[in-house]
Write a protein that binds this ligand. Structure first.
Ligand code: FAD
Length: 293
């Protein structure tokens, strides 16, 4: 493996200025579970790695009491999210996703920010955050900016981040109390497995009725970037939700998906799984709404 210099800034500004002063062959690294694998495989050969691990303000999971938004720092590890009572109780869709990423050893070091910036179609962490209408906050040479997380991805391994920009936070807007979410990674094994398809759903009902006020369906591995199935979402909105309606929504989402054959699974099977798991996750959302109201 090629050698590299490892730089350890203590502040965001220091990190950005180190990036600018080593603009050739420089990369940020957080947990390193993607960076080190690719470096060992010779797919990347940075001369400098800038560690983000000491930017302690980015390692957080908390509610903003003024806005009731959930703030997830980009350096929060999957294990931090998995073991957070706040996440398990109030955002179980995130818990559904992070608990099955890699193994405990991977989750102990791998960060949610790295999962998002790596931008592979199979990233489990991104799908629930998009389904929750998450917003990505970034900081770089030109200051701070935000973008809706669904628009963060431009293609496999491609994001809107510009040179030197750091993903700092994901902000989840305040959720109505009649909201439920669920995520399922569909794979052949329960651990150490990338998804064949990932299905994340968030449903909000009108208070005291089963009428769907808002629906979000986000799929992983169904397109080059995370995909919201807008026709299926529109189909659900305004309807009294039951299993038959969710079956129809699943069929619409399957048609909207842009799944393809790969070494890990065939398109027809992936499409079938979208249909099945939109129904199942939809039912799980309804159960979670019932349990918390
Ligand atoms: C054995 C194994 C199993 C895995 N299983 C899964 C799985 O089940 N599901 C899944 O989704 N993933 C899985 N992964 C992939 C990986 O663990 C995750 O994508 C992880 O979340 C990456 O986070 P990291 O902190 O290690 O990223 P790093 O490797 O540190 O960085 C990844 C990329 O993001 C950039 N980066 C990191 N943080 C920031 C930031 N804040 N701002 C700007 N750029 C940043 C880096 O420059 C790099 O390009 C697995 C990996 C391994 C090795």
């Amino acid at each position: 493996m090629k050698t590299f210099s490892y730089l350890v800034p203590k502040t965001l500004d220091e990190a950005v200025s180190l990036f600018e002063s080593h603009s050739d062959r420089v990369m940020y690294v957080a947990g390193g579970t993607d960076v080190m694998v690719k470096t060992k495989q010779g797919k990347i050969a940075p001369d400098y790695l800038i560690s983000l691990k000491h930017l302690s303000d980015l390692d957080k999971v908390k509610m903003n009491p003024d806005t009731n938004e959930l703030i997830i720092g980009a350096l929060a590890t999957h294990r931090t999210l998995e073991t957070s009572t706040l996440i398990r109780r109030q955002f179980p869709i995130i818990h559904d996703a992070v608990q099955h990423i890699g193994s405990t050893q991977i989750r102990n070091v791998a960060t949610i920010g790295g999962n998002i910036v790596n931008a592979v179609p199979s990233a489990d962490g991104a799908i629930p955050l998009i389904a929750l209408d998450g917003v990505a906050k970034m900081y770089g040479p030109n200051g701070e900016r935000t973008v809706d997380l669904i628009h963060f991805f431009e293609g496999p391994g491609q994001t809107v981040l510009e040179a030197g920009e750091i993903l700092t936070e994901i902000i989840i807007p305040s959720q109505s109390s009649h909201t439920g979410g669920a995520y399922q990674k569909v794979g052949r094994r329960a651990a150490m497995e990338l998804p064949l398809i990932g299905v994340g759903i968030v449903l909000t009902l009108e208070p005291d009725s089963a009428v769907c006020q808002k629906a979000r369906i986000c799929l992983g591995v169904a397109a080059p970037t995370p995909l919201r199935t807008l026709s299926a979402e529109r189909f659900l909105t305004g309807k009294v939700l039951n299993e038959d309606i969710l079956i129809e929504a699943g069929n619409i989402a399957a048609e909207e998906s842009r799944v393809r054959d790969s070494i890990r699974g065939q398109a027809w099977y992936r499409r079938e799984m979208v249909s099945v798991f939109v129904r199942r996750m939809g039912l799980k959302c309804l159960k979670r709404i019932e349990e918390t109201n």
